[in-house]
Write a protein that binds this ligand. Structure first.
Ligand SMILES: [Zn+2]
Length: 414
Protein backbone atom coordinates (compact mmCIF):
# COMPACT_ATOMS: atom_id res chain seq x y z
CA UNK A 1 0.00 0.00 0.00
CA UNK A 2 1.31 3.41 -0.92
CA UNK A 3 1.23 6.46 1.30
CA UNK A 4 -1.46 8.07 -0.77
CA UNK A 5 -3.68 5.01 -0.44
CA UNK A 6 -3.49 5.42 3.32
CA UNK A 7 -4.65 9.02 3.04
CA UNK A 8 -7.42 7.99 0.68
CA UNK A 9 -8.62 5.32 3.10
CA UNK A 10 -8.96 7.87 5.90
CA UNK A 11 -11.17 9.95 3.66
CA UNK A 12 -13.42 7.11 2.64
CA UNK A 13 -12.46 7.59 -0.98
CA UNK A 14 -13.42 4.67 -3.19
CA UNK A 15 -13.71 4.05 -6.90
CA UNK A 16 -14.27 5.91 -9.17
CA UNK A 17 -12.57 8.51 -6.94
CA UNK A 18 -8.84 8.32 -6.33
CA UNK A 19 -6.17 10.45 -4.80
CA UNK A 20 -3.93 11.80 -7.52
CA UNK A 21 -1.77 14.39 -5.85
CA UNK A 22 -0.79 15.86 -2.51
CA UNK A 23 1.47 18.72 -1.61
CA UNK A 24 2.28 20.88 1.37
CA UNK A 25 1.81 24.57 0.66
CA UNK A 26 4.45 26.19 2.85
CA UNK A 27 3.61 29.72 1.69
CA UNK A 28 0.44 29.67 3.76
CA UNK A 29 0.31 29.92 7.55
CA UNK A 30 -0.51 27.54 9.01
CA UNK A 31 0.84 25.39 6.16
CA UNK A 32 -1.83 23.67 4.11
CA UNK A 33 -1.72 20.09 2.98
CA UNK A 34 -3.52 20.01 -0.33
CA UNK A 35 -5.00 16.75 -1.51
CA UNK A 36 -6.26 16.41 -5.02
CA UNK A 37 -8.91 13.84 -5.86
CA UNK A 38 -9.99 12.84 -9.30
CA UNK A 39 -12.52 10.52 -10.84
CA UNK A 40 -11.27 7.80 -13.15
CA UNK A 41 -11.48 8.75 -16.78
CA UNK A 42 -14.71 7.66 -18.40
CA UNK A 43 -16.33 6.72 -15.07
CA UNK A 44 -20.08 6.79 -14.71
CA UNK A 45 -21.85 8.50 -11.81
CA UNK A 46 -25.21 8.03 -10.10
CA UNK A 47 -27.91 10.57 -10.73
CA UNK A 48 -28.52 12.08 -7.25
CA UNK A 49 -32.28 11.72 -7.74
CA UNK A 50 -32.72 8.17 -9.02
CA UNK A 51 -29.29 6.55 -8.92
CA UNK A 52 -29.21 5.82 -12.64
CA UNK A 53 -25.65 5.51 -13.93
CA UNK A 54 -24.83 8.39 -16.23
CA UNK A 55 -21.81 9.79 -18.03
CA UNK A 56 -20.36 13.04 -16.71
CA UNK A 57 -21.94 16.06 -18.34
CA UNK A 58 -19.40 18.63 -17.13
CA UNK A 59 -17.12 19.29 -14.12
CA UNK A 60 -16.62 22.03 -11.57
CA UNK A 61 -13.90 22.32 -8.94
CA UNK A 62 -14.80 22.28 -5.24
CA UNK A 63 -12.73 22.33 -2.05
CA UNK A 64 -13.41 20.99 1.42
CA UNK A 65 -11.64 21.63 4.64
CA UNK A 66 -10.50 18.28 6.09
CA UNK A 67 -9.11 17.24 9.49
CA UNK A 68 -5.83 18.87 10.34
CA UNK A 69 -2.77 16.89 9.32
CA UNK A 70 -0.66 17.29 12.45
CA UNK A 71 -0.43 21.07 12.82
CA UNK A 72 -1.22 21.73 9.15
CA UNK A 73 -4.61 22.54 7.78
CA UNK A 74 -5.77 20.11 5.15
CA UNK A 75 -7.73 20.98 2.03
CA UNK A 76 -9.27 18.54 -0.39
CA UNK A 77 -9.96 19.59 -3.94
CA UNK A 78 -11.85 17.68 -6.60
CA UNK A 79 -13.58 18.35 -9.87
CA UNK A 80 -17.13 17.18 -9.28
CA UNK A 81 -19.22 16.21 -12.30
CA UNK A 82 -22.85 16.79 -13.10
CA UNK A 83 -24.84 13.90 -14.52
CA UNK A 84 -27.26 14.30 -17.36
CA UNK A 85 -30.02 11.91 -16.40
CA UNK A 86 -32.68 11.43 -19.12
CA UNK A 87 -35.33 11.74 -16.45
CA UNK A 88 -33.93 14.30 -13.99
CA UNK A 89 -31.71 16.40 -16.20
CA UNK A 90 -28.39 17.93 -15.26
CA UNK A 91 -27.53 17.49 -11.56
CA UNK A 92 -24.37 17.75 -9.47
CA UNK A 93 -23.41 14.32 -8.07
CA UNK A 94 -22.95 13.67 -4.37
CA UNK A 95 -19.42 12.98 -3.19
CA UNK A 96 -18.90 10.31 -0.53
CA UNK A 97 -16.65 12.44 1.73
CA UNK A 98 -18.92 15.45 2.29
CA UNK A 99 -22.57 16.29 2.58
CA UNK A 100 -24.21 18.47 0.02
CA UNK A 101 -23.45 22.15 0.28
CA UNK A 102 -20.87 21.82 3.05
CA UNK A 103 -17.35 23.19 2.76
CA UNK A 104 -16.10 20.53 5.20
CA UNK A 105 -15.52 16.81 4.94
CA UNK A 106 -17.74 14.49 6.97
CA UNK A 107 -14.79 13.47 9.10
CA UNK A 108 -14.06 17.11 9.91
CA UNK A 109 -17.69 17.71 10.89
CA UNK A 110 -17.78 14.57 13.02
CA UNK A 111 -14.69 15.69 14.91
CA UNK A 112 -16.27 19.12 15.40
CA UNK A 113 -19.53 17.63 16.71
CA UNK A 114 -17.72 15.29 19.08
CA UNK A 115 -15.86 18.23 20.60
CA UNK A 116 -18.92 20.46 20.71
CA UNK A 117 -20.76 17.95 22.89
CA UNK A 118 -18.01 18.32 25.47
CA UNK A 119 -16.91 21.95 25.43
CA UNK A 120 -17.99 25.50 24.56
CA UNK A 121 -18.41 26.25 20.88
CA UNK A 122 -15.95 29.12 21.00
CA UNK A 123 -13.23 26.83 22.35
CA UNK A 124 -13.94 24.18 19.71
CA UNK A 125 -13.79 26.77 16.92
CA UNK A 126 -10.35 27.80 18.16
CA UNK A 127 -9.10 24.21 18.35
CA UNK A 128 -10.20 23.15 14.90
CA UNK A 129 -9.30 26.49 13.36
CA UNK A 130 -12.55 27.78 11.83
CA UNK A 131 -14.73 30.75 12.72
CA UNK A 132 -17.39 30.14 15.36
CA UNK A 133 -20.01 31.29 12.85
CA UNK A 134 -19.17 28.45 10.48
CA UNK A 135 -19.05 26.01 13.37
CA UNK A 136 -22.52 27.08 14.56
CA UNK A 137 -23.79 26.34 11.06
CA UNK A 138 -22.44 22.78 11.24
CA UNK A 139 -23.84 22.26 14.73
CA UNK A 140 -27.21 23.64 13.77
CA UNK A 141 -27.41 21.29 10.80
CA UNK A 142 -26.70 18.11 12.76
CA UNK A 143 -28.86 19.05 15.72
CA UNK A 144 -31.86 19.90 13.56
CA UNK A 145 -31.42 16.71 11.53
CA UNK A 146 -31.31 14.64 14.71
CA UNK A 147 -34.37 16.46 16.05
CA UNK A 148 -36.25 15.79 12.85
CA UNK A 149 -35.91 12.05 13.56
CA UNK A 150 -37.07 12.38 17.17
CA UNK A 151 -39.92 9.96 17.85
CA UNK A 152 -42.34 11.06 20.56
CA UNK A 153 -44.94 8.34 20.12
CA UNK A 154 -44.23 7.02 23.64
CA UNK A 155 -44.57 10.33 25.42
CA UNK A 156 -47.23 10.29 28.13
CA UNK A 157 -45.97 12.83 30.64
CA UNK A 158 -44.01 16.00 30.29
CA UNK A 159 -42.67 18.76 32.48
CA UNK A 160 -41.76 22.25 31.38
CA UNK A 161 -40.20 25.40 32.68
CA UNK A 162 -38.92 28.72 31.44
CA UNK A 163 -35.54 30.26 31.87
CA UNK A 164 -33.65 33.33 30.69
CA UNK A 165 -30.75 32.80 28.32
CA UNK A 166 -29.23 35.90 29.87
CA UNK A 167 -30.15 37.54 33.11
CA UNK A 168 -33.65 38.94 32.83
CA UNK A 169 -33.99 38.65 29.06
CA UNK A 170 -34.46 36.30 26.11
CA UNK A 171 -36.73 33.72 27.67
CA UNK A 172 -36.70 30.14 26.52
CA UNK A 173 -39.23 27.47 27.52
CA UNK A 174 -37.97 23.92 27.74
CA UNK A 175 -40.06 20.73 27.71
CA UNK A 176 -38.80 17.42 29.04
CA UNK A 177 -40.10 13.87 28.89
CA UNK A 178 -40.93 13.19 32.54
CA UNK A 179 -40.09 9.50 32.14
CA UNK A 180 -36.61 9.93 30.69
CA UNK A 181 -33.82 9.92 33.23
CA UNK A 182 -31.09 10.71 30.73
CA UNK A 183 -31.26 13.32 27.99
CA UNK A 184 -34.83 14.31 28.84
CA UNK A 185 -35.22 17.47 26.72
CA UNK A 186 -37.62 16.97 23.83
CA UNK A 187 -38.45 20.55 22.89
CA UNK A 188 -37.15 24.06 23.50
CA UNK A 189 -38.57 27.26 22.07
CA UNK A 190 -37.99 31.00 22.44
CA UNK A 191 -40.40 32.94 24.64
CA UNK A 192 -42.51 32.05 27.62
CA UNK A 193 -46.17 31.57 28.41
CA UNK A 194 -49.13 30.28 26.51
CA UNK A 195 -47.86 30.11 22.94
CA UNK A 196 -44.93 27.89 23.90
CA UNK A 197 -47.34 25.15 25.02
CA UNK A 198 -49.20 25.46 21.74
CA UNK A 199 -45.91 25.14 19.87
CA UNK A 200 -44.98 22.08 21.87
CA UNK A 201 -48.26 20.43 20.95
CA UNK A 202 -47.61 21.04 17.24
CA UNK A 203 -44.08 19.67 17.60
CA UNK A 204 -45.39 16.60 19.41
CA UNK A 205 -47.90 15.92 16.64
CA UNK A 206 -45.22 16.35 13.99
CA UNK A 207 -43.12 13.71 15.76
CA UNK A 208 -45.66 10.88 15.97
CA UNK A 209 -46.86 12.00 19.39
CA UNK A 210 -50.50 12.01 20.40
CA UNK A 211 -51.72 14.86 22.65
CA UNK A 212 -54.63 12.74 23.88
CA UNK A 213 -52.16 10.19 25.28
CA UNK A 214 -50.61 12.77 27.60
CA UNK A 215 -51.70 11.89 31.12
CA UNK A 216 -49.70 14.37 33.09
CA UNK A 217 -48.06 17.75 32.78
CA UNK A 218 -45.75 19.11 35.45
CA UNK A 219 -45.18 22.85 35.72
CA UNK A 220 -45.11 25.85 38.01
CA UNK A 221 -48.16 27.80 39.18
CA UNK A 222 -48.17 30.52 36.54
CA UNK A 223 -51.74 31.13 35.35
CA UNK A 224 -50.59 31.31 31.71
CA UNK A 225 -49.01 27.85 31.81
CA UNK A 226 -51.94 26.29 33.64
CA UNK A 227 -54.49 27.74 31.24
CA UNK A 228 -52.45 26.65 28.25
CA UNK A 229 -52.19 23.04 29.45
CA UNK A 230 -55.96 22.95 30.05
CA UNK A 231 -56.54 24.17 26.53
CA UNK A 232 -53.98 22.16 24.59
CA UNK A 233 -53.92 18.97 26.68
CA UNK A 234 -57.40 18.66 28.17
CA UNK A 235 -56.83 15.01 29.12
CA UNK A 236 -53.68 15.71 31.14
CA UNK A 237 -53.69 16.14 34.89
CA UNK A 238 -51.50 18.99 36.07
CA UNK A 239 -49.00 18.48 38.84
CA UNK A 240 -47.40 21.52 40.36
CA UNK A 241 -43.73 20.98 40.74
CA UNK A 242 -42.59 21.03 44.38
CA UNK A 243 -39.47 22.94 43.48
CA UNK A 244 -41.67 25.89 42.51
CA UNK A 245 -43.54 25.78 45.81
CA UNK A 246 -40.24 26.09 47.65
CA UNK A 247 -39.17 28.85 45.26
CA UNK A 248 -42.34 30.79 46.05
CA UNK A 249 -41.58 30.80 49.77
CA UNK A 250 -37.89 31.45 49.30
CA UNK A 251 -38.80 34.61 47.47
CA UNK A 252 -41.36 35.51 50.13
CA UNK A 253 -38.72 35.18 52.87
CA UNK A 254 -36.45 37.45 50.90
CA UNK A 255 -39.23 40.04 50.52
CA UNK A 256 -39.83 40.01 54.27
CA UNK A 257 -36.10 40.39 54.89
CA UNK A 258 -35.91 43.38 52.56
CA UNK A 259 -38.91 45.03 54.19
CA UNK A 260 -37.63 44.41 57.71
CA UNK A 261 -34.17 45.64 56.84
CA UNK A 262 -35.68 49.03 56.09
CA UNK A 263 -36.97 49.21 59.65
CA UNK A 264 -34.24 47.62 61.69
CA UNK A 265 -30.71 46.28 61.60
CA UNK A 266 -30.56 42.59 60.73
CA UNK A 267 -27.67 40.31 61.74
CA UNK A 268 -24.81 40.10 59.25
CA UNK A 269 -25.03 37.26 56.70
CA UNK A 270 -28.81 37.07 57.10
CA UNK A 271 -29.52 37.08 53.39
CA UNK A 272 -27.94 33.78 52.44
CA UNK A 273 -28.62 32.22 55.82
CA UNK A 274 -32.37 32.42 55.17
CA UNK A 275 -32.23 31.74 51.43
CA UNK A 276 -30.32 28.50 51.66
CA UNK A 277 -32.01 25.37 52.94
CA UNK A 278 -31.22 24.88 56.63
CA UNK A 279 -29.97 21.37 55.97
CA UNK A 280 -27.67 22.71 53.28
CA UNK A 281 -24.11 23.81 53.82
CA UNK A 282 -24.30 26.99 55.85
CA UNK A 283 -21.16 28.84 56.81
CA UNK A 284 -20.43 29.52 60.49
CA UNK A 285 -21.36 33.13 59.95
CA UNK A 286 -24.70 32.17 58.40
CA UNK A 287 -25.44 29.75 61.24
CA UNK A 288 -24.70 32.49 63.73
CA UNK A 289 -27.04 34.79 61.83
CA UNK A 290 -29.85 32.24 62.13
CA UNK A 291 -29.34 31.87 65.88
CA UNK A 292 -29.35 35.63 66.30
CA UNK A 293 -32.43 36.02 64.13
CA UNK A 294 -34.32 33.47 66.19
CA UNK A 295 -33.20 34.97 69.48
CA UNK A 296 -34.07 38.49 68.40
CA UNK A 297 -37.60 37.52 67.39
CA UNK A 298 -37.22 39.03 63.94
CA UNK A 299 -40.06 38.77 61.43
CA UNK A 300 -37.59 37.40 58.91
CA UNK A 301 -37.03 34.46 61.26
CA UNK A 302 -40.75 33.78 61.32
CA UNK A 303 -40.99 33.78 57.54
CA UNK A 304 -37.93 31.57 57.37
CA UNK A 305 -39.47 29.02 59.77
CA UNK A 306 -42.54 28.85 57.55
CA UNK A 307 -40.40 28.13 54.52
CA UNK A 308 -38.42 25.49 56.40
CA UNK A 309 -41.60 23.76 57.47
CA UNK A 310 -42.28 22.95 53.84
CA UNK A 311 -39.63 20.27 54.14
CA UNK A 312 -41.76 18.55 56.75
CA UNK A 313 -44.72 18.57 54.35
CA UNK A 314 -42.60 17.17 51.56
CA UNK A 315 -41.38 14.31 53.69
CA UNK A 316 -44.90 12.91 54.06
CA UNK A 317 -44.96 9.23 53.09
CA UNK A 318 -48.52 8.87 51.88
CA UNK A 319 -51.02 11.06 50.01
CA UNK A 320 -53.15 11.09 53.14
CA UNK A 321 -50.30 12.28 55.33
CA UNK A 322 -49.37 14.89 52.74
CA UNK A 323 -52.89 16.29 52.65
CA UNK A 324 -52.97 16.51 56.42
CA UNK A 325 -49.54 18.09 56.67
CA UNK A 326 -50.28 20.67 53.98
CA UNK A 327 -53.49 21.73 55.75
CA UNK A 328 -51.60 21.96 59.00
CA UNK A 329 -48.85 23.95 57.32
CA UNK A 330 -51.28 26.46 55.85
CA UNK A 331 -53.21 26.94 59.08
CA UNK A 332 -50.11 27.25 61.22
CA UNK A 333 -48.43 29.66 58.80
CA UNK A 334 -51.48 31.90 58.69
CA UNK A 335 -51.53 32.12 62.47
CA UNK A 336 -47.86 33.03 62.49
CA UNK A 337 -48.20 35.94 60.13
CA UNK A 338 -51.57 37.22 61.27
CA UNK A 339 -50.25 40.38 62.85
CA UNK A 340 -47.66 41.69 60.44
CA UNK A 341 -48.09 43.98 57.45
CA UNK A 342 -44.54 43.00 56.45
CA UNK A 343 -45.76 39.48 55.68
CA UNK A 344 -47.70 40.48 52.58
CA UNK A 345 -45.53 38.34 50.33
CA UNK A 346 -45.86 35.27 52.56
CA UNK A 347 -49.61 35.77 52.69
CA UNK A 348 -49.74 35.79 48.88
CA UNK A 349 -47.62 32.65 48.70
CA UNK A 350 -49.99 30.89 51.08
CA UNK A 351 -52.95 31.96 48.97
CA UNK A 352 -51.28 30.57 45.86
CA UNK A 353 -50.60 27.25 47.56
CA UNK A 354 -54.17 27.09 48.83
CA UNK A 355 -55.47 27.73 45.33
CA UNK A 356 -53.31 25.00 43.76
CA UNK A 357 -53.48 22.61 46.66
CA UNK A 358 -54.97 19.77 44.62
CA UNK A 359 -52.31 20.09 41.93
CA UNK A 360 -49.54 20.30 44.50
CA UNK A 361 -50.76 17.17 46.26
CA UNK A 362 -50.79 15.26 42.99
CA UNK A 363 -47.08 14.70 43.35
CA UNK A 364 -47.91 12.07 45.99
CA UNK A 365 -50.19 10.11 43.66
CA UNK A 366 -48.40 10.75 40.38
CA UNK A 367 -46.76 7.76 38.76
CA UNK A 368 -44.21 10.00 37.08
CA UNK A 369 -41.14 11.37 38.69
CA UNK A 370 -41.43 14.94 39.83
CA UNK A 371 -37.83 15.53 40.62
CA UNK A 372 -37.00 16.43 37.05
CA UNK A 373 -37.68 20.14 37.00
CA UNK A 374 -35.22 20.71 39.77
CA UNK A 375 -32.57 18.99 37.70
CA UNK A 376 -33.47 21.31 34.86
CA UNK A 377 -32.05 24.24 36.77
CA UNK A 378 -28.64 22.61 36.63
CA UNK A 379 -29.10 22.04 32.92
CA UNK A 380 -29.97 25.70 32.35
CA UNK A 381 -26.85 26.81 34.18
CA UNK A 382 -24.63 24.46 32.19
CA UNK A 383 -26.20 25.65 28.92
CA UNK A 384 -25.72 29.29 29.84
CA UNK A 385 -22.06 28.62 30.55
CA UNK A 386 -21.60 26.80 27.24
CA UNK A 387 -23.40 29.49 25.23
CA UNK A 388 -21.48 32.30 26.91
CA UNK A 389 -20.56 35.09 24.57
CA UNK A 390 -23.63 34.62 22.36
CA UNK A 391 -26.56 36.93 22.49
CA UNK A 392 -29.44 35.14 20.87
CA UNK A 393 -31.71 32.46 22.22
CA UNK A 394 -31.21 30.31 19.11
CA UNK A 395 -27.67 29.40 20.17
CA UNK A 396 -28.84 28.85 23.74
CA UNK A 397 -31.51 26.43 22.49
CA UNK A 398 -29.02 24.51 20.33
CA UNK A 399 -26.77 24.09 23.36
CA UNK A 400 -29.68 22.86 25.49
CA UNK A 401 -30.44 20.22 22.87
CA UNK A 402 -26.77 19.27 22.60
CA UNK A 403 -26.39 18.80 26.33
CA UNK A 404 -29.69 17.16 27.17
CA UNK A 405 -31.78 15.97 24.22
CA UNK A 406 -31.88 12.34 23.02
CA UNK A 407 -30.15 13.15 19.75
CA UNK A 408 -28.66 9.68 19.40
CA UNK A 409 -25.91 9.56 16.87
CA UNK A 410 -25.60 13.00 15.38
CA UNK A 411 -24.08 11.59 12.22
CA UNK A 412 -26.88 9.47 10.77
CA UNK A 413 -28.15 12.39 8.81
CA UNK A 414 -25.79 12.09 5.86
ZN1 LIG B 1 -32.22 10.51 -12.41
Amino acid sequence: MEARDVLALGLGVASPWRLVDQRLDMDKHPHVLEILLEAERGAEFSCPECGRRCKAHDFKEFSWRHLNFFQHHCLITARVPRTDCPEHGVKRVKVPWAREGSGFTLLFEQAAMTLVREMPVLAVARIIGITDKRLWRIVEHYVSEALRRLDLSDLTAFAFDETASKKGQNYVTVFIDADRKKEPVVFATPGKGKTTVKEFKAFLEAHSGDPSRIQEAVCDMSPAFLAAVDEEFPDAAVTVDWFHVVQLFTKAVDDVRKAERRQTQLPAATRWAVLKAADGRLTDKQLAALVELEAGDFLTAKAWRIKEKLRWVRQADTPHAARWRLSHFLRHAREQIADGPLFESVRKALETVEKHRRRILRRWTSTHSNARLEAMNGLFQAARARARGYRNEATFIIVIYLIAAPLGSLFNSI
